[in-house]
Ligand binder design. Structure first.
Ligand code: DX5
Ligand code: ZN
Length: 214
C-alpha cells in the first residue's frame, strides 16, 4: 500500500494545529523539510517546530534534512522526536562519512535514509543501499515547494526497484517534488512506496487531495 507523506513546508501556519489534525485522520506519514540556507538556497524551520508537530500527532515524522552538516542536524532532530532522518549524499565527503551518520542515526533507534538530488546517480549511493531503511529520490532540485516534476527521476526509481529485488535489500523508495494526481500515478507505477507531496496536498481540499494520490 502506498504511503502518503504530506510536506509541512506547504502547511498554512495560521491553521497549524487544525491542518495537522486533518493529516492525523488522512495521511500516513508527515514529511518535514529542513533547509539551512547553505546546502539549499532557502531556510525552513528548526527542531522546535518538529517538537510542536509531535505534540499534535502520533504519525511517523519523516525528517528530510537539506543541510551541509547532516551529523549535527540529525542529532538535533532526533532529540526533537524524528522517526526517520534522510540526509543528502551530496552533503558528505565520502561513503565512510555517510556510513558513520547512518550508524549514528541507527544507534538512536531512528530509521535512516539517503537522498539523491536530480543530478546524482544511484551508482553513487550503491554502497549504502544495504544499510538504509529509505532511499529518497528528489524529483525537483531541493529548496522549494511547487516546482515541476522531473520525469527522469522515474528511471532511478525503477533502478532502485530492480536492485532491491536482485540484492535482496529492504529499503523503501520515496519520491519528493512536483507530486500531484498525475505524477503520483506515474511514480506508483514505477514502484514508489512513499509519495511526498506539499503544494498539491495543501492547495484546496486536503482530504480530497490526499485521497486522489492513493
Ligand atoms: C523540496 C522539498 C519537498 C517539497 C515538496 O525541496 O524537499 O519536500 O516540500 O513540495 P511540492 O510537493 O510542492 O513539490
Ligand atoms: Zn522533502
Amino acid at each position: 500500500m502506498i504511503k502518503i507523506a504530506p510536506s509541512v513546508l506547504s502547511l498554512d501556519f495560521s491553521k497549524f494545529s487544525e491542518q495537522i489534525e486533518v493529516l492525523n485522520n488522512h495521511a500516513d506519514w508527515i514529511h518535514f523539510d529542513v533547509m539551512d540556507g547553505h546546502f539549499v538556497p532557502n531556510i525552513s524551520y528548526g527542531p522546535k517546530v518538529l517538537e510542536e508537530v509531535k505534540k499534535l500527532t502520533t504519525l511517523f515524522c519523516d525528517v528530510h534534512i537539506m543541510v551541509s552538516n547532516p551529523k549535527d542536524v540529525a542529532k538535533w532532530f532526533i532529540d526533537a522526536g524524528a522517526d526517520s532522518i534522510t540526509f543528502h549524499i551530496e552533503a558528505v565527503e565520502n561513503h565512510f562519512e555517510a556510513l558513520e551518520i547512518i550508524e549514528y542515526i541507527k544507534s538512536r533507534g531512528v530509521k535512516t535514509g539517503i537522498v539523491v538530488k536530480p543530478k546524482t546517480t544511484i551508482q553513487e549511493i550503491q554502497p549504502l543501499l544495504k544499510a538504509v531503511d529509505i532511499v529518497l529520490v528528489m524529483s525537483v532540485e531541493p529548496g522549494f515547494g511547487g516546482q515541476t516534476f522531473m520525469h527522469d527521476s522515474l528511471i532511478k526509481v525503477k533502478e532502485l526497484v530492480k536492485l532491491r529485488e536482485s540484492l535482496d535489500y529492504n529499503y523503501l523508495i520515496e519520491i519528493d517534488g512536483g507530486i500531484d494526481k498525475d505524477t503520483g500515478k506515474l511514480a506508483k507505477a514505477a514502484g514508489v512506496d512513499i509519495l511526498v507531496a506539499g503544494s498539491y496536498v495543501f492547495n484546496g481540499n486536503i482530504v480530497e487531495n490526499i485521497k486522489s494520490l492513493r
